[in-house]
Design a protein around this ligand. Structure first.
Ligand code: ATP
Length: 220
């Protein structure tokens, strides 16, 4: 496994197909270690809502300022929803691991991003030096069952997510991640995930599911 960076502050990038169980593993990690990890503060062009604080809830910026940041390549990912921009900047990720001015405590940034975001970090923000962890499904068929079971997606959305899943698995097969975690049994997967982020995993973790099986199940 990768030995780059200090395990105490090295950002952790979690990626993998929609429905594979990333949120499930992140929830467990936060329950296990509530003070060790943090999410980066996103930028947005929407106005602050009551109770929200600049720099805590979001970094609130104008459209012009947001577009300037896009042009500068500042964002690892960004998107528009409801007429507003939202984005994660590389600086916001780095800021998570800065010592808190009051307590001196440092947190590790945890990111849940798609393959596009992983490519952007590798191409433009390599200095972040994260631990890239790919969460893999036992099969595309299992992924379908999980997305159906979660009850949050339409059939059309499930079909799109499964097609995306195949391309994300393809990118993982090229060896672009430091660690592979097969989320077959969630307790077993969490153990591998936790030992990887604690720097205690020997090797690269699990094997990816076989490609032929995937294609067969996609055709079904
Ligand atoms: N090992 C597992 N076995 C069976 N079901 C699981 C397992 N891990 C997670 N699930 C279930 O699969 C569904 C999808 O999990 P989750 O929402 O964590 O995925 P996700 O990767 O965060 O998806 P998205 O990227 O769409 O947010 C949930 O209903 C979850 O309870």
């Amino acid at each position: 496994m990768s030995t780059n960076g200090s395990p105490s502050t090295q950002p952790v990038v979690l990626c993998g197909p929609s429905g594979v169980g990333k949120s499930t593993l992140i929830k467990r990690l936060f329950a296990d270690e509530p003070d060790s990890f943090g999410f980066s503060v996103s930028h947005t062009t929407r106005s602050p809502r009551q109770g929200e604080t600049e720099g805590v809830s979001y970094h609130y910026v104008t459209r012009e300022a947001f577009e300037k940041l896009i042009a500068e390549g500042a964002f690892l990912e960004y998107a528009q929803f409801g007429g507003n921009y939202y984005g994660t900047s590389a600086k916001a990720v780095k800021d998570v691991s800065e010592p808190d001015p009051q307590t001196g405590k440092q947190k590790r940034a945890l990111l849940d991003i798609d393959t596009q975001g992983v490519k952007l970090i590798k191409a433009n923000h390599a200095y972040l030096n994260p631990l890239f962890i790919f969460i893999a499904p036992p099969s595309i068929g299992d992924l379908r069952k999980r997305l159906e079971g979660r009850g949050t997606e339409t059939e059309d959305s499930i079909t799109k997510r499964l097609a995306m899943a195949a391309s994300e698995l393809g990118y993982a097969r090229e060896g672009n991640h430091d660690v592979i975690v097969l989320n077959d049994d969630v307790d077993r997967a969490y153990k591998i995930f936790k030992s990887a982020i604690d720097g205690k995993l020997e090797g690269k973790g699990d094997e990816l599911p076989v490609e032929e099986e995937e294609e067969r199940q996609l055709r079904q």
